[in-house]
Design a protein around this ligand. Structure first.
Ligand code: MG
Length: 520
């Protein structure tokens, strides 16, 4: 018997249309039960999107209560004894196809996590998350870490407790990483950083001494009209292949994001600061990358546990691929120069395509992660990764965190924050008790380069970019990554599609090719 992925792949290319993804009666019964959980998440996504875009501000209180209740309901349905029993039974079946196994893997994992954490701990984390967010905002506004310190202390305690409940083989931090990135370990991240850190350092030194990639660019200050930038972004989205209007929306929010409400309803947002137009433009391309992943998932996975992207890191690889490997390339700035000029001619003057390229690729060691360029970005993550690991090990106390932050910042990037707002308090993540999330950003950058490297072996990427023909690129991503949804765990997906697990050498190669050889 050939394994079912082959059959499914044929169906995918239209040769065996009637092949079903899910045939096993037990799996079908499980899908009947899990569909309700899917429906709740569908509603929660829409409510979340609305809260960030059009909800009147006073609606927040009731929306938060409703969101909390529905989240608990989804949790209850996940632990429904009937579902737990069927999933357990199915996990011992042999002869399931890859899609069926994927369903069982995803549900077993949700059940395991939901069972491992005591309700009292989940409840306290949720309450603390709410309060800590307020304290963090206040602390950041007053530039005073002491306001946030007691919360940070408690968050570390609870996260250490959560790690013990979840279980791990080598390092307690592994249990927290796994919540965001299935199967990712401290060992993986240590290896990634040990390979990319020296290359980043080498590239950064060269870039700074050479000066071709500027540290600052006059266009960063140039003010634009929001309506012009919106038209430009929309036109770029259409050319890249975003089905605006039919299966997507493009709105404004304080923090840009993508929501996959369903495979045929994937919405993105951007923001307009009014100056430095590359932020909004490249941010839009970034969100397009997230959206394309959700849009190209096999439609037969609709309403199942496999109908979304598989993990935070793989998702970020798709957004970073489009933002950096495509949007920040020479070919892109050359091809899109006339269009940028058409919409933003007033501030562009006679600036040529190469100058736009230099503007898109400023490189400077800075204090703020979200403003970092693609050379220094991962150093910001390395700093957070090291500190989180130390806190979870019990080696670093909440009270010593700001000093440790500043020292590490100086060591890695050669800059030292003047206050806490520009340092230890800059990110929202810790206030939300999301310890273990940051490494998925670096994983995203590393996997984006891995995809780029393998794609380069099969496609002449930048010829297509010059022609503004993005179909071959979209097709490649669909085939290798997107259409599988969550069928395979992240590492297995990489292995199947690219013949290797996480490989940071591609990122090193990418940085050198671009910033030393100036070939991209
Ligand atoms: Mg992202």
């Amino acid at each position: 018997m050939p394994t079912s992925p082959l059959i499914i792949r044929q169906a995918y290319h239209g040769r065996a249309e009637n092949t079903m993804s899910f045939q096993n009666p037990l799996v079908k019964e499980i899908l009947g039960l899990s569909r309700r959980i899917w429906a709740l998440h569908h509603a929660l996504s829409l409510m979340g999107w609305d809260a960030e875009t059009y909800m009147p501000p006073r609606g927040l209180e009731e929306r938060s209560i409703a969101t909390g209740e529905l989240t608990m309901l989804a949790q209850e349905l996940t632990l429904n004894p009937k579902l737990v029993e069927l999933v357990d039974k199915a996990s011992r079946l042999e002869g399931l196809n890859d899609y069926e196994r994927g369903v069982i893997r995803v549900l077993s994992r949700s059940i395991r996590i939901a069972k491992a954490l005591p309700p009292s701990l989940v409840g306290e984390l949720a309450r603390l998350g709410q309060e800590a967010r307020g304290a963090w905002l206040e602390a950041k506004k007053r530039n005073d870490y002491s306001v946030f310190k007691p919360y940070m202390e408690r968050i570390i305690e609870l996260e250490r407790e959560a790690a013990e409940h979840l279980g791990y083989e080598e390092h307690p931090y592994d249990a927290l990483l796994d919540l965001y990135e299935e199967g990712l370990t401290t060992r993986d991240m240590d290896r990634v950083f040990s390979i990319i850190e020296p290359v980043i350092r080498e590239v950064l030194d060269k870039v700074l001494s050479e000066g071709y990639y500027p540290q600052k660019h006059p266009l960063e200050e140039a003010r634009y009209c929001e309506e012009d930038a919106r038209r430009l972004n929309e036109e770029i989205l259409r050319i890249l292949g975003y089905p605006l209007g039919e299966r997507g929306r493009f709105d404004v929010s304080a923090h840009p994001f993508t929501t996959g409400i369903g495979i045929d309803d994937v919405r993105i947002t951007t923001r307009y600061e009014g100056y430095d137009f590359k932020r909004s433009l490249l941010g839009t391309i970034h969100e397009f990358g997230h959206a394309l992943y959700e849009l190209q998932i096999d439609k037969r996975l609709k309403t199942t546990p496999l109908s979304g992207g598989v993990s935070a890191g793989i998702h970020e690889s798709q957004s970073r691929f489009w933002e950096n490997m495509i949007g920040r390339s020479k070919a892109f700035t050359q091809a899109f120069h006339p269009l940028i000029k058409k919409h933003l001619g007033r501030i562009l003057g006679d600036i040529d395509a190469e100058e736009i390229y230099r503007y898109f690729n400023t490189v400077r060691p800075s204090l703020i992660r979200t403003e970092a360029d693609e050379v220094t970005y991962n150093l910001h993550i390395l700093l957070r990764y090291r500190l989180e690991k130390l806190m979870i090990e019990g080696e670093l106390k909440a009270g010593d965190l700001p000093e440790a932050w500043n020292d590490e910042m100086e060591r890695l990037l050669g800059v030292r924050p003047k206050g806490h707002a520009d340092g230890v308090l800059q990110d929202i993540h810790w206030s939300m008790a999301s310890i273990g999330y940051f490494p998925t950003y670096t994983l995203g950058n590393v996997v984006a380069a891995q995809v780029w490297s393998h794609m380069s072996g099969e496609l002449n990427i930048y010829e297509h970019v010059l022609d503004m023909d993005f179909k071959p690129i979209r097709r490649y991503l669909e085939e290798k990554v997107h259409h599988w949804g969550s069928t395979y765990a992240p590492k297995e997906l990489l292995k199947r599609s690219f013949g290797e697990e996480i490989n940071p050498e591609h990122f090193a190669e990418y940085l050198r090719r671009k910033y030393l050889d100036k070939k991209i």
